[in-house]
Design a protein around this ligand. Structure first.
Ligand code: BEZ
Ligand code: FE
Length: 299
């Protein structure tokens, strides 16, 4: 037993270590070396956690019940286990491990559960709101490589919640709104109309919501616009543009997705100001933001 071993005696520590080694040894004949590595490491970390906190049998049963309930809730429209990974920062840690910083390439962040393939295509200057309610927002920028050369023809997927904090996949009527894709032009430029992002909570009506409440955490996300940018020869970028000045930036993002470099200034425009493309906004207030995307090369 070392000084820091959590067991009460050397004999007890030896028994606990012996069990860890038996389980690790049970993977010795695994034909897949990666699976063997992952299972051995998982075993060591899981046992270390159980030993460190001296987990009670009742706590272990509670954890199993929690995971079973989360698993039962998992379906196409509700991904409680993904949500658990998100609020524990595990999704963001996996993003960090797999998207190492490359020069000044745009940083990656969590995908979230609301991306769907088959979004409608829009031209430059098109509107992705599709009737979703919210403050119109002009979004423009470029897609370049880390040398500053334009990346033409990059596919830019954008999706966002409406002013009530709902994504279209959460609507009951199957409408497509608040999402679209477009392609960067020859100069790498792109622009579209969307909605100024609003604040909304991650789904919190299930076991993950109860967990957040028990530990005194808010389910609220920092206001954001989702992007996925793909182009041949470049690393796929999954990211978000966050709204500068959102008070939730100080309070914390429930899924730990914010990076300082992704916080952008949304410039609110007075009612009556014509849009940059000449759009008349019927006396409505609107906003605008610039989000330049820099792609890292494919490793
Ligand atoms: C979102 O950004 O929409 C999201 C991300 C993680 C969990 C839930 C929602
Ligand atoms: Fe989101």
């Amino acid at each position: 037993m070392t000084d820091r071993d959590p067991a009460a005696s050397a004999d007890q520590a030896a028994r606990e270590h012996g069990l860890v080694e038996s389980v690790v040894a049970s993977f010795a004949n695994c034909a897949d070396p990666r699976l063997r590595e992952v299972m051995s490491s998982l075993t060591r970390h899981l046992h270390a956690f159980i030993r460190e906190v001296r987990l009670t049998e009742e706590e272990w049963r509670t954890a199993i019940r929690f995971l079973a309930e989360a698993g039962r809730l998992a379906g196409d429209e509700h991904q409680e286990l993904v949500l658990l990974s998100d609020v524990l920062g595990a999704s963001m840690q996996t993003v960090a491990v797999n998207n190492e910083a490359y020069e000044h390439a745009t940083e990656a962040t969590v995908l979230g559960p609301f991306f769907v393939t088959d979004s409608p295509g829009i031209p430059h200057g098109g509107d992705l709101a599709g009737g979703a309610a919210g403050t119109p927002c002009w979004v423009e920028g470029t897609v370049t490589d880390t040398d500053g050369s334009p990346v033409a023809g990059a596919r830019i997927e954008v999706w966002e919640a409406d002013e009530d904090g709902l994504y279209d996949v959460q609507y009951a009527d199957g409408r497509v709104a608040g999402r679209a894709h477009l392609y960067s032009g020859d100069d790498g430029g792109y622009c579209f109309w969307g909605l100024k992002p609003g604040s909304y909570p991650v789904p919190h009506d299930g076991p993950v919501g109860r967990l957040l409440e028990a530990v005194g955490r808010s389910p609220q996300r920092v206001e954001h616009l989702h992007y996925m940018v793909t182009a041949p020869g470049y690393r796929t970028l999954v990211t978000q543009a966050f709204v500068e000045g959102d008070p939730q930036l100080r309070l914390g993002d429930s899924v730990f997705g914010v990076k300082d470099s992704l916080v952008k200034r949304f410039e609110d425009q007075r009612p009556g100001t014509p849009g940059p493309d000449g759009r008349e906004l019927d006396g409505q207030a609107w906003s605008r933001v610039r989000f330049d995307v820099v792609l890292a090369p494919q490793p």
